[in-house]
Design a protein around this ligand. Structure first.
Ligand SMILES: *[C@@H]1O[C@H](CO)[C@@H](O)[C@H](O)[C@H]1NC(C)=O
Ligand SMILES: *[C@@H]1O[C@H](CO)[C@@H](O)[C@H](O)[C@H]1NC(C)=O
Length: 539
């Protein structure tokens, strides 16, 4: 009691002094809000609504950063929640706000002396909006800039939409929040920033074990929307969703406030999180590790090992010798996959036990012996090198900065990789044509078309010198826009076309590859698929 009143007095004092002079760790109750002071040298004081869990004020170094019309919250706000606050003493002092609804508990935690809001979100059901995200809605005049991508997702001043209500044209360029996305495996911190003292507000996600989609999944990170600058932690969404949503505890994750510096997740300490009683939290002592060696990764490509089951997902990069160590994993049996860059080359299983290191090697088995007649692109699970592959992550395919989509003709031996389109759209550049010379008729051969993502049932149909290959069965549908949102990672279907003997001839040959689907659509929303690699080979 006595400590509490001292704290309250200091909080009151802090608000009347200049920023940076005095800040006192503690919380107070003020009307419908809990006001939390992190007690940091660069003062961070924020208010959480007692009825909705919305953060409705964030003052950092005395400056209000919170957008006033809409709060900072989960989804579009919980609406109503049972909100409680407590101070906890452990290896540090903490303040924890707990917001409870029937299927979701959101935790907001500060550790004394840090300008960091730690969070974790526990769910027993997917939110009815079909996605689980944290969104900070901040003031664009204070924090107009975005890191690491900036302009690509600045939709302030949009003059028109290109697609839906989320891809816009600004100053003749296409912009969307989707173009701020980064692969999970590459995420460090993503931020909004601004002002003369370069205040940064950054989201960091030390692990995404309860998210879905694996190491290469990408989702919205930030967006200057004009009215507010939005900073996100997308924990799951229907944005090119390739596996079921995971329940349980998402996080911990953090929103760090800094002056001029960009914090790194490598320096974020969440080892104390077990001290604040969070439902679903599994401490390090309750976890295990997998170690091993991966082989068969094509030289020059990054090996990535991925573990997943219905409860959790993890990944690790392999060293140049193929060695890998997993993060600390929850106990259980996992599917274990090896990729070269993003191309799957092996699958096995492994069982993880608490407090133990399990040894499990994995060997790539994709590279069977064959006689390659030509190959366009690499089996890396990405459209890298093909036309517009250098641009599509950060702009719409209709953007005037894109190179012409064609239809294109690629001549083996004289064309460059950028003469081959990264995607074939049924209504835009259908088909792509490949011309090549053979010294002699090879007899029967195989055309392998590796793809990364299909939209609206699209799959490739080949013709070879006038012979029509079969129309493959429709791929598993992903109910989401794809390439127009800068996405490319789907199931990665691989199609093999068995070309009968007598079809390929000595001299000039022509193959066309068309986007085929029972569906239709306009322009870049017509059925399309994205290429990974195309190879013609004999046994
Ligand atoms: C965002 O776009 C608007 C409109 O083009 C522009 O005025 C503003 O300067 C941009 N903001 C940043 C941070 O670049
Ligand atoms: C794949 O096969 C080719 C020839 O068949 C060989 O040159 C290459 O080294 C192989 N790569 C791997 C990673 O085994």
């Amino acid at each position: 009691m006595e400590l509490r009143s001292v704290v309250r007095l200091l909080v009151l004092s802090a608000s009347v002094f200049a920023p940076g002079v005095l800040s006192a760790f503690g919380y107070t109750s003020s009307g419908n809000n809990y006001v939390i002071d992190a007690g940091s040298a660069n003062p961070l004081v924020f208010s959480v609504s007692k009825s909705s869990c919305d953060i409705n004020s964030i003052k950092y170094r005395g400056t209000e950063l919170q957008y006033s019309n809409t709060g900072t919250h989960i989804g579009s706000g919980l609406g109503s929640a049972t909100v409680s606050v407590s101070q906890i003493s452990g290896s540090s002092r903490y303040i924890k706000v707990t917001c409870v609804t029937s299927t979701l508990t959101h935790y907001i935690v500060v550790r004394e002396g840090e300008s960091i809001i730690y969070m974790a979100t526990y769910i027993t059901a997917e939110p009815s909006v079909g996605e689980l995200r944290f969104i900070a809605r901040l003031l664009p005049d204070k924090l107009p800039n975005e890191y690491p991508y900036g302009e690509v997702s600045n939709t302030s001043g949009a003059s028109a939409t290109v697609e839906g209500s989320d891809v816009f044209i600004v100053n003749g360029q296409t912009r969307s929040k989707f173009y701020s996305s980064t692969r999970f495996i590459d995420e460090d911190s993503h931020c909004v920033y601004g002002g003369s003292d370069l205040i940064h507000v950054c989201i960091m996600t030390p692990q995404q074990e309860s998210s879905s989609g694996g190491p290469f999944f990408r989702d919205i990170d930030s967006n200057n929307a004009g009215d507010s600058t939005n900073l996100y932690n997308y924990m799951n969404s229907g944005h090119v969703q390739t596996e079921a949503f995971r329940m349980g505890l998402h996080g911990p994750y953090a929103m760090q406030f800094s002056r001029s510096g960009i914090p790194s997740v490598k320096n974020l300490d969440v080892s104390w999180f077990g001290e604040v009683s969070v439902t679903g939290y599994v401490p390090a002592s309750g976890r295990g590790t997998v170690q091993g060696t991966a082989s068969g990764v094509q030289s020059g490509m990054q090996g990535v090992v991925h573990w997943y089951n219905s409860n959790a997902q993890y990944w690790a990069k392999t060293s140049s010798s193929g060695a890998f160590t997993s993060p600390l994993m929850k106990p259980g049996t996992y599917t274990m996959v090896l990729y070269q860059t993003e191309f799957k080359i092996a699958t096995t299983t492994v069982t993880v036990s608490a407090g133990q290191t399990t040894r499990q090697d994995i060997a790539g088995n994709f590279n069977t012996s064959r006689n390659t007649l030509f190959q366009i692109g690499e089996y890396d699970g990405q459209p890298t090198g093909f036309r517009n592959a250098d641009k599509f992550l950060r702009m719409h395919p209709s953007d005037s900065r894109m190179d012409s989509w064609g239809p294109l003709t690629y001549t083996v031996g004289s064309s460059t990789l950028s003469d081959f389109p990264m995607a074939v759209f049924k209504s835009v550049n259908n088909p792509v044509t490949i011309k090549f010379n053979l010294a002699s008729a090879p007899g029967a051969a195989t055309l392998r078309i590796a793809t990364t993502l299909s939209f609206a049932g699209s799959r490739p149909q080949a013709t070879v010198n006038g012979w029509s290959g079969p129309v493959p069965a429709a791929p598993t549908k992903i109910d989401s826009r794809g390439v127009t949102r800068g996405a490319y990672r789907g199931y990665g279907e691989i199609y093999t076309v068995n070309i009968p003997a007598g079809t390929l001839v000595a001299g000039t040959n022509t193959i066309t590859i068309s986007s085929v689907s029972g569906s239709d659509g306009d322009a870049f929303l017509s059925p399309n698929f994205i290429f990974d690699a195309v190879e013609l080979y004999t046994a």
